[in-house]
Ligand binder design. Structure first.
Ligand code: NAD
Length: 483
């Protein structure tokens, strides 16, 4: 995209926004309905694109992208009227008679820059919030999922109002040109390095940003004794790691923490679980996604290409560069200073770190950069409390993984290095709204001491007022109280 074209596009979107069209409930509703039609009618095109870009199985694509988006659009359509109407607020007694409310207003023209691993899920989820909140929006999908980006660029203009919603395809240079424009919010999903560039560009115009970044998400696995619990936990762990874009997910399990005495049992369970979920030769099954491109394949193979990491290999480890395939791989106690433990893995390699006591996991997690999500498979209530209060993360999930992503009622977002800002469900609407404070007063009651000329008595009245709320003043005025 040329710079001039970007300027013209943003001008046109601002013109639409200023016309008030996008603020109308009917417009928001029709756009969300159209988005719903797109998702339902073009499911095959979406799943084909995901197969091309990432080798995702259509069922996985529906479970993780199309399905959650359909649910999100329906949730927004259902909640829209209530969300738009705002809420009542209290005013101090001294303002009586008065009323107050918080009324959401759209921010304006917003930019959404998105990542490649869930190219529909991530970009359309935020677009739902932008539209529901009444904004004009530009979406820039990632160039690393080109088939998905092309489908978005082709379908969005044919379903949505192009005077208010646009898709700009392209990579770094398109992103840079977009960042030079003036936006009312930038919603970014991606890496910390690019996030810094986004914030720097946003600072020029004091544009608010939301940053959805990554990190290393631990899964603490307690010594589960019942075989049913073990089997259920196992399936959830394997699905959250290898069965969700082959571990290329910001909330994928990055590594496991387990007590030494349970580690060999766990490794055996994981090995058998991989075989029953993905077959003896997972490469032959269509159930595991491929690595997105050569660069990420090399990054992952370099992580493995280290003698101390190779020594830790207990399962998998085979690579097929031509097919961008990496076998589900288990590493038992790789060195803590090796790449697999210092970098976000973002792929199907799973380090298992052993600890003397499972309670040590609290300190271990605290010694690492903050996690976007923490998972803990345990039935020990005391331990759950310790983990919850002793660590910080975007979310914490007990006895499952990834499910927090599809809960409309939970905000999705990070803390610390994992980013800031949150979305999903009503939180997406809030992310693209400004809650305007509205106070309405009457002329019936007026406190004479609010106004100059000042004297000591007025100061005393103010002291009481701020200490005891205005009720104190009323009492003083009525002669019932002296301060
Ligand atoms: P990335 O930062 O390389 O790219 C993200 C987007 O930014 C892409 O659309 C890209 O084209 C664009 N971009 C790149 N350079 C730019 C620049 N200079 N100016 C403007 N735009 C630019 O990240 P990625 O490889 O797409 O994603 C991987 C990272 O994203 C991982 O760290 C992962 O954890 C994180 N992630 C987080 C979430 C989340 O929801 N928290 C979801 C998915 C991925």
């Amino acid at each position: 995209m040329e710079s001039q074209a970007a300027v013209a596009m943003v001008d046109q979107l601002r013109h639409t926004f200023n016309s008030g069209k996008t603020k109308e409930e009917s417009w928001r509703r029709s756009q969300l309905q159209n988005l719903l039609s797109l998702l339902v009618e073009k499911e095959d095109a979406i799943c084909d694109a995901l197969k091309n870009d990432l080798g995702k199985h259509p069922v996985e694509s529906f479970r993780d992208e199309v399905g959650p988006l359909i649910k999100s659009v329906n949730f927004a359509l259902k909640g829209l009227k209530k969300w738009m109407s705002g809420k009542k607020a209290d005013l101090p007694l001294a303002a009586f008679p008065a009323s107050a409310s918080l009324v959401p207003e759209p921010l304006g023209v917003v930019l959404i820059i998105s990542s490649w691993n869930f190219p529909f899920g991530l970009s359309v989820e935020s677009l739902i919030g932008a539209i529901a909140a009444g904004n004009a929006a530009v979406l820039k999908p990632s160039e690393l999922a080109p088939a998905s980006s092309a489908v978005l660029a082709r379908l969005i203009p044919s379903y949505l109002d192009s005077t208010a919603v646009r898709v700009v395809e392209g990579g770094v240079s398109a992103g840079e040109i977009l960042l030079q424009q003036q936006w009312d919010k930038i919603f970014f999903t991606g890496s910390p390095n690019v996030a810094r560039k986004v914030m720097t560009a946003a600072a020029k115009n004091l544009t608010p940003v939301a940053l959805e970044l990554g990190g290393k998400c631990p899964a603490v696995v307690d010594c589960l004794t019942s075989s049913w619990d073990q089997q259920v936990a196992l399936k959830r762990i394997l699905s959250a790691k290898f069965g969700t874009c082959a571990g290329q997910a910001c909330i994928a399990i990055d590594y496991i923490l387990v007590e030494k005495k349970f580690s060999s049992t766990l490794v055996e369970l994981l090995k058998n679980g991989i075989k029953s979920m993905f077959g003896e030769n997972p490469r032959e099954s269509n159930n595991i996604s491929r690595i997105v491109n050569q660069r990420h394949f090399s990054r992952l193979s370099n992580l493995l290409d280290n003698p101390t990491v190779k020594n830790a290999l207990v399962y998998g480890g085979s690579l097929d560069e031509d097919n961008l395939y990496i076998e589900p791989t288990l590493l038992l106690d790789p060195p803590i200073n090796s790449g697999v433990m210092t970098e976000e893995i973002f792929g199907p390699l799973l380090p298992i770190i052993t600890l003397e006591k499972i309670e040590d996991s609290v300190e271990f997690i605290k010694s690492m950069p903050r996690a976007l999500a923490i998972y803990a498979f345990t039935k020990n209530e005391e331990f759950k409390k310790k983990l919850q209060s002793g660590t910080s993360s975007g979310s914490i999930v007990f006895n499952d993984a990834i499910i927090q992503y599809v809960a409309d009622t939970l905000p999705f977002g990070g803390v610390g290095e994992c980013g800031f800002g949150r979305y999903h469900g009503k939180y997406s609407f809030d992310a693209f709204s400004h809650e305007k404070a509205i106070a309405r007063r009457s002329y019936i009651v007026d406190f004479w001491f609010r106004y100059p000329p000042w004297n000591e008595h007025k100061l005393q009245l103010f002291r009481s007022a701020y200490r005891f709320d205005y009720l104190g003043i009323l009492l003083i005025i009525l002669g019932l109280k002296r301060s």
